[in-house]
Design a protein around this ligand. Structure first.
Ligand code: NAD
Length: 364
């Protein structure tokens, strides 16, 4: 067969076009728009908040589970169409390394287990989203950050409020200087805890009591609103039920000084319901949220009137944001270092309670 120059050009063009089409198709298939999550620990938060939120996310998908309770496997698999090969328990969890279908492990276990499962997840090549508080100690936080760094995986902490529109508005308004230089913040979160046998009252699993569990929201609010790290703290604890709170703190009040001079007056408790707020006072105005830290119904007031935005699913926002960080290879705005800084302040608060002294917060 003799080929003319014309047919040669024609067939080369056709070949090039078909190669480009194949390449484009492959590229489109490679260009992921969703990130697959496996939930580690299927307790109350996973069941009632996170899994439902994963039905609303745009970039995060519930694809796997890790549970120590075999009965939950079928219930979750049926409800959320989870493939059997994406189901693990705490013993065989490390085999997730070979599972290309899972991108992220979301650690929703008792606090004292966060470090182990974050490190195992990162060593298995997975990105990690870890619930708050990040770990029982700053030392554990550092080990978690290191493990993710070593494995080139992203690490984020479940600080859902940082994605919530009322919180973002308050932060932006305070930092814009609209109400003049900030002088003081008061912040508190607590609730009356029930079952005396739960893990939240055991030191090894919880790392602490009300402060670690919910006081951390008040601490976060102060750090988020000011964008500053506390220099020093003074703290005291009251224990009205020493039997129930034998291992962990019951009620703590503390003050924190920020580098700019802002004073933060904070409280937390496992003994009663009702505190769920922050107020920030500037030289020429004030604002605040109450309730501030609930899953829904966030409401605010300011010198200029109510603060009102649409309620969002904070967990969906947090997971979509982390998924986008992975898709776009960006660092999360709530990285491991953010969890570490909270633990350093918490450690200073516990140290101050012990010594009765004003205590410096260690630097990250
Ligand atoms: P939970 O007690 O309802 O669930 C804990 C899960 O861990 C259960 O499935 C349990 O079976 C499993 N588990 C494994 N080993 C365990 C052990 N040794 N002891 C007890 N449970 C064990 O707790 P939760 O309320 O779902 O909290 C889980 C994590 O999520 C905690 O770190 C908590 O601080 C955090 N949390 C965050 C928010 C938030 O708003 N971001 C809200 C609630 C809880």
């Amino acid at each position: 067969m003799t080929l003319s120059r014309r047919t040669m050009i024609g067939s080369t063009a056709a070949l090039t076009a078909s190669t480009l089409l194949t390449q484009a198709k492959t590229h489109a298939a490679d260009e992921k728009t969703t990130v697959n999550f496996a939930l580690v620990g299927l307790g109350s938060l996973s069941t009632n908040q996170i899994a439902p939120a994963l039905q609303k996310t745009k970039h995060a998908k519930l694809a796997g589970i890790v549970t120590g309770t075999p009965e939950k496997e079928k219930i979750w698999a049926d409800k959320y169409s989870i493939k059997s090969e994406n189901i693990y328990n705490y013993e065989n969890f490390d085999k997730i390394a070979a599972n290309k279908d899972i991108d992220v492990v979301y650690i929703v276990l008792p606090n004292g287990m966060h470090k182990e499962f974050t490190v195992r997840g990162a060593n298995a090549g997975k990105h990690v989203l870890c619930e708050k508080p990040m770990a029982n100690s700053s030392e554990d936080c550092r080990a978690m950050i290191e493990a993710c760094k070593k494995n080139d995986r992203k690490l984020a902490v479940g600080y859902r409020c940082q994605f919530e529109p009322h919180h973002l508005y308050c932060r932006d308004t305070v930092q814009s200087g609209k109400y003049g230089p900030l002088h003081a913040i008061e912040a508190g979160f607590g609730f009356k805890i029930g079952d005396p046998n739960q893990w939240r009252l055991k030191a090894d699993l919880a790392g602490g009591g009300a402060l670690m569990d919910v006081g951390i929201y008040a601490l976060q609010a102060c750090r988020f609103l000011t964008g500053e790290e506390p220099v020093a703290v003074t703290a005291q604890e009251t224990k009205m039920d020493p039997k129930k709170f034998a291992e962990v703190d019951e009620t703590i009040t503390w003050t924190m000084t920020m580098p700019s001079g802002v004073n933060c007056y904070c409280s937390t408790s496992y003994a009663f319901n009702g505190i769920n707020r922050f107020n920030a006072y500037g030289e020429s105005g004030w604002l605040g949220l109450d309730p501030a830290y609930s899953y829904k119904g966030i409401k605010g007031q300011s010198k200029d009137g109510p603060i009102q935005f649409d309620q969002i699913d904070q967990f969906a926002a947090e997971m979509d944001a982390f998924a986008q960080c992975i898709l776009e290879d960006r660092q999360s705005k709530v990285p491991g270092e953010e969890g570490l800084r909270d633990l350093l302040a918490i450690e200073a608060i516990y140290a101050s309670i012990k010594t009765g002294q004003r205590t410096k917060v260690q630097k990250a």
